[in-house]
Ligand binder design. Structure first.
Ligand SMILES: Nc1ncnc2c1ncn2[C@@H]1O[C@H](COP(=O)(O)OP(=O)(O)OP(=O)(O)O)[C@@H](O)[C@H]1O
Ligand SMILES: [Mg+2]
Length: 318
């Protein structure tokens, strides 16, 4: 398979696990990117069309054309974009997504179709960055999303199964795909962090795993965009020594760490409320302290992506 060395500007927000904040993270990172004076499209590849319905769009567009017609027909995906009130472009999910994956498998290079028929024309048009909310599980459609932008943000939450979801994603998708195309982890981000990491909690376990686990840590580091020194953004990092001190004697924690670190994107009711109303956090509550984390992720996507202007010229030639 011959592919460009770089993915088009953007990222897929992915983990093989439900309810880990893929959709809300896609929405918020996309919005922060658009606040940086960029035109950003969010492509809803989730068959449930959760993002699409949150943003108030029906699954079937009026003129009947949808993503299936872009992937397999002559429809320009730019014509399928709908505008949100806050300046994002959405490529809505429709019922045809249920058959897109099956039809893809009948094509010899099906895994390239999201790249060549959806993302490339968007970037050749007015779109600078493409964020993809992928199907929840493993499959050709998920891989096709990765092949298009070749960059991934991994959200995790403090519940059993998050880290094994990450191990699965690495082992069953990212590592094998990486043999065919360059692929970068832009960030692994804990989200919905609520309890203190100074006591035994899902939060402590997740922060410890991400900051100290050598097993997947080495693989993840291998896949991390080489402009970054860690797969964890600054806001998610904890001195690994912290966990040794906690394990040793938690009374000495307060002495050694007068301020207990609060890593990750924190649990905020406002994030949940915003998503429920189909709005990015920054539109719902512009003073919320967690906007900075989404902005840090947007910054990483921007830094790891090729220059949109150059890509526009190349995509137009392709
Ligand atoms: N930091 C946060 N604090 C509070 N609620 C949050 C936070 N981040 C996300 N949520 C909420 O958690 C819920 C699940 O998130 P989301 O729908 O984005 O997950 P998902 O991975 O896309 O789920 P699915 O697997 O169903 O597609 C949503 O209601 C969302 O608003
Ligand atoms: Mg979702």
């Amino acid at each position: 398979m011959s592919l460009d060395p770089e993915g088009y500007p953007g990222a897929v927000v992915s983990l093989f696990k439900g309810g880990v904040t893929k959709t809300s993270t896609s929405l918020n990172v996309a919005h922060q990117l658009s606040e940086r004076d960029s035109e950003v499209a969010v492509v809803d590849l989730d068959k449930d069309g959760h993002l699409t319905s949150l943003l108030g769009y029906e699954r079937q567009l009026d003129n009947g054309d949808d993503i299936g017609d872009a992937v397999f027909g002559d429809t320009d995906p730019g014509d399928l974009l709908v505008e949100t009130d806050f300046g994002l472009h959405l490529l809505p999910a429709t019922e045809s997504l249920e058959t897109v994956e099956g039809r893809m498998k009948d094509r010899s290079f099906g895994v390239k179709l999201i790249r060549t028929e959806v993302v490339e024309p968007l970037v050749a048009g007015d779109i600078d960055y493409v964020l993809i909310d992928p199907p929840g599980g493993r499959g050709m459609l998920h891989d096709a999303a990765l092949v298009a932008v070749q960059r991934v943000i991994v959200p995790l939450i403090p519940s059993a199964g998050s880290v094994s979801g990450l191990e699965n994603l690495l082992r069953r998708s990212l590592v094998p795909l990486r043999k065919e195309v360059p692929l970068d982890i832009v960030a692994i981000t804990p989200n919905m962090m609520r309890e203190s990491i100074a006591q035994e909690s899902g939060e402590q376990m997740l922060a410890r795993e991400l900051n100290t686990n050598e097993e997947f840590g080495e693989t993840a580091m291998d896949l991390t965009y080489d402009g970054f020194d860690h797969y964890l953004p600054e806001y998610a990092r904890v001195d690994p020594e912290f966990f040794a001190v906690v394990a040793d004697d938690d009374r000495s924690v307060a002495a050694t760490y007068p301020e207990i670190p609060k890593p990750g994107i924190r649990y905020r009711k406002a994030i949940n409320d915003a998503t429920r109303h189909g709005l990015p956090l920054a539109e719902w509550e512009p003073t919320n302290d967690q906007i900075a984390a989404f902005d840090a992720l947007a910054d990483r996507v921007e830094r790891a992506s090729p220059d949109p202007e150059r890509e526009r010229a190349e995509a137009a030639d392709a």
